[in-house]
Design a protein. Sequence first.
Length: 418
Amino acid sequence: MDEKTTGSWLIHHTQRLQRVDSQRGYERTFKAGKAGILLSAISADKQSVLSSERVEALASAANINTLFELPELLRTLKERDVIDQSSNGISVLGITTQSTLLHTAKIFDALDPSPRELASVQLAEAASNAPINMREALDIGDQLQLPAALARQVIEEAADIGFVDSEPLSGDDRLLFNGNIFRRDDPSKVKKVLDSLADSEQRMLSEVTSALQKRGCLEVSDVKRMLGGPLFDKVMAVGFFDLNVVSNSREETGFVTLPSAFRKYSTSMVEDAFDLAKAFVSSITYGMTMSSSSRGKIDLVSALLRTLIRGEPIGPVPAIAEDYKILELKGVVQVAPGRKNGRSGPMMTLLKKEVGELALQVLLQGDASEHSLDALPSAAVTRYRGPEENQQRARKKQLQHSPQATNDILRVLRTTGR
């Protein structure tokens, strides 16, 4: 496994560890992942200087404790020579997402991770290709020379924490998998799933897939109507489709995309970047479809994105101060007062060029077209919940009703070559 992939899994694992009461046994994973999350939040394509107040705000938005965690994480990043601290604030080197993942992996390695932590990363990668059973999972422990009892404990912890998803089989056996199974655009896996369904289910699933290929995304209520509740729950629980949720103070709205919609770029090693790009696409599309001309309606999205990618600010229009808060919190853009063409007001600058480039490709190639996101809320998007978190919710719902429905698909995927 290369360092970028390792870095991605460390950030993935850290996000799961933040949801449990104790990180015991995974302290090095947690520290390295937190350092990577912080670096992603505070870095831009070019070297920049951030005030202490801005660093604390971005850290807080990234769920980093500014009193206990932030000082130590800054020291760690300084030791890697990617930041410098002075009386003026924090100076950060120009960092891309892939560079962030490399630094995350190197920090992890320098912390001398335990065999348990190494096994958890290897396990997640193996389960992202196709579901694996307990014997195959235990083989990973053997390769890392873990005692059998510890290997089984690592597998149990991985399922409990959420490093991998788990479905019970007969006896004490289980299938382990995660949400990346369908992200690698493997037609054989899709075919296996279709072949396992009844003729009517195959037809409905094919119709939805075709519609998504043409339109990029569909409102979740339309997909539920087209599939019916039971089939919708079944395929969402294993990640066959991605559910993206945008929300504001008034409402929460979901839309469905194909996991391979970002297939030219989408691998597990850049999973975090795609959530940023999807959030960016959502916010930009809101400006295209929902914002009025007086607020700053986007008419020429390609020209707007190219301006941002060139490093030039856009604005000033009132909408900028309201519609891109989620991107500000994630450190993707910076909003500040400015003047242009004799007008003054809020202006926006893109801090992460690669995110803008990906959003431009998706919008221009039809993977998220203007008309397909008309279900976005009629107020500014202030929160984005990505596909994997939504898949976890779908699985919990599925387990309350019929675990066998999920198992049917997972067992089929077991026959797909890895």
